[in-house]
Design a protein around this ligand. Structure first.
Ligand SMILES: [Zn+2]
Length: 250
């Protein structure tokens, strides 16, 4: 059941990849100057937000996010997600990144989140494999333990550390936006850094990953990445960052 559904999605993604993967300019770019992220992720709003398409090269938007209309972001964030998903599917053909909530069309308060209000936050679900190690499309929020095995449903899926590291590497080396944080549980962070080591990732990239990968205080984030970007340069000073501005940020 799960496998056939995954295969269908993989096939659809492959078709889409052929059509849109290398469109020029990539989606998001042409409107980069149009969107404005205002205030902070906790109390801000969004002007002229860009909608993430329901599907694209190497990604799909979770149906719940579509239903909640939480598919809008700063153009820089939407472009970053599209670019990172495309980078993963280039390296790992057939991969589909499942994207959760971004922000509402005009930002502001949104169900289930304390932030996600200014178009600079997005939830990305983990790349998973089945028990045989075959990549599957993440069906939703699947928590994983320190051994990288799914807790709910128990033992059904495994955290695909290699592909998840490829995603993190793509997010942190993009010129579209500067990532401020990738909130994720400490045990997931450890698996990612081990995968970076195995992949012989460059030192500068690992250093960035060590800075941005953080377990938030209360909620562990063991079933998704919560990615937050710094204010796009042309949205300042009305856009306000909370927390560190990394030395490598533009
Ligand atoms: Zn989130």
């Amino acid at each position: 059941m799960v496998i056939s559904r995954a295969c269908l999605s993989l096939a659809a993604a492959t078709l889409l990849a052929g059509a849109t993967a290398f469109a020029d300019p990539p989606a998001g770019t042409s409107t980069a100057a149009a969107s404005v992220s205002l205030g902070t992720p906790m109390d801000g709003r969004l002007e002229r937000g860009v909608a993430l398409p329901a599907r694209g090269a190497g990604f799909r938007l979770l149906s719940e996010a579509r239903a909640r209309k939480a598919r809008f972001g700063a153009a820089e964030l939407v472009g970053l997600v599209e670019e990172a998903a495309a980078a993963v599917v280039r390296r790992h053909p057939g991969s589909v990144l499942t994207v959760g909530d971004l922000s509402a069309r005009k930002g502001g308060r949104i169900d289930h989140h304390g932030s996600h209000r200014s178009g600079r936050d997005v939830d990305l679900l983990f790349y998973l494999t089945n028990r045989a190690g075959k990549p599957v499309v993440s069906p939703g929020f699947v928590p994983v333990d320190g051994n990288g095995v799914s807790v709910t449903p128990p033992l059904k899926y495994a955290f695909d550390a290699g592909r998840n590291w490829t995603l993190v590497a793509a997010l942190l080396s993009s010129k579209r936006a500067d990532v401020q944080f990738i909130f994720v549980a400490d045990h997931v962070r450890a698996m990612l850094l081990a995968a970076a080591d195995k992949a012989r990732a460059p030192r500068w990239l690992v250093a960035r990953a060590e800075q941005v990968l953080r377990q938030p205080g209360r909620k562990a984030h063991w079933d998704h990445f919560h990615v937050r970007i710094l204010c796009p340069g042309d949205d300042r000073p009305e856009c306000r960052d909370v927390g560190p501005l990394w030395s490598w940020a533009k």
